[in-house]
Design a binder for this molecule. Sequence first.
Ligand code: GUN
Length: 293
Amino acid sequence: MTGKEINGKDISLEIRGKLQKEVAALIDKGVKPGLAVILVGDNPASKTYVKSKQKSCREIGMESILMEMPFDTSEEKLLAEIKKLNDNDDIHGILVQLPLPSHISEIKVIQTIAPKKDVDGFHPVNIGRMMTGQDTFLPCTPFGVMEMLKYTGIDPEGKHAVIIGRSNIVGKPMGQLLLRENATVTYCHSKTSDMKSLTNQADILVAAVGKPKMITADYVKEGAVVIDVGINRDENGKLCGDVDFDDVKEKAAFITPVPGGVGPMTITMLLYNTVKSAKKTLNHRNQNKDVVK
Ligand code: GUN
């Protein structure tokens, strides 16, 4: 397909190139950005994501440590490991891969991560900061979508953005970030009646439902921007999104593919947030030096 397709890989490469230079500059000043990733259990999809995150860190010169913990790890043990990482000055970002086994409280885990190291942007303090327009770590997937819109020259101001899905990780923050950029936002979810009548009003349609190819052309207004956050397997085991790409592509003005759309951007924004955290550490250190002088 031609200019319609928003290529997340290319945009990611550009941002990662800039980050690589920032990492080198930080290392020169004695701070190597470090990300700690904790994986509990052996969910195959989570394993793949985590390996990809680690590889991406190393590619731009960052440090990345992976802590693999067995499925039956107690909540207490996990919280204790997080606290150690909170106190470790070489670690600037902590990510606990979700979902967690059901005997562990996700909320407790997220709240135990120090907000200044919460590079996922999931801590309630950081969510509150995002909602009130303060500087913080933005959740990586919605942040990545906003960057894709920016790089493509799509200004959300005055547009009607319809989000399908209301997860804490994607749907909810996605709406907030679009609202911050002056879009009018509608959320659709599994209890929404007559969803198509709403999605057909969307100038920007974001699908984050986790249902393979659910969004067909009849959900989409002619000329809409269609952002596909889904990562699913189709009936043949092939990766696909929440949007039926072949059905929707002719109707959309812009559309993101799966793979190669939002996916690479999520990891890129994780790298961005970790570099940002490392820069803050350095600034802090320098400020404290000034005080001593
Ligand atoms: N599981 C799926 N997506 C994410 C993510 O962005 N961060 C974490 N921590 N877990 C996830």
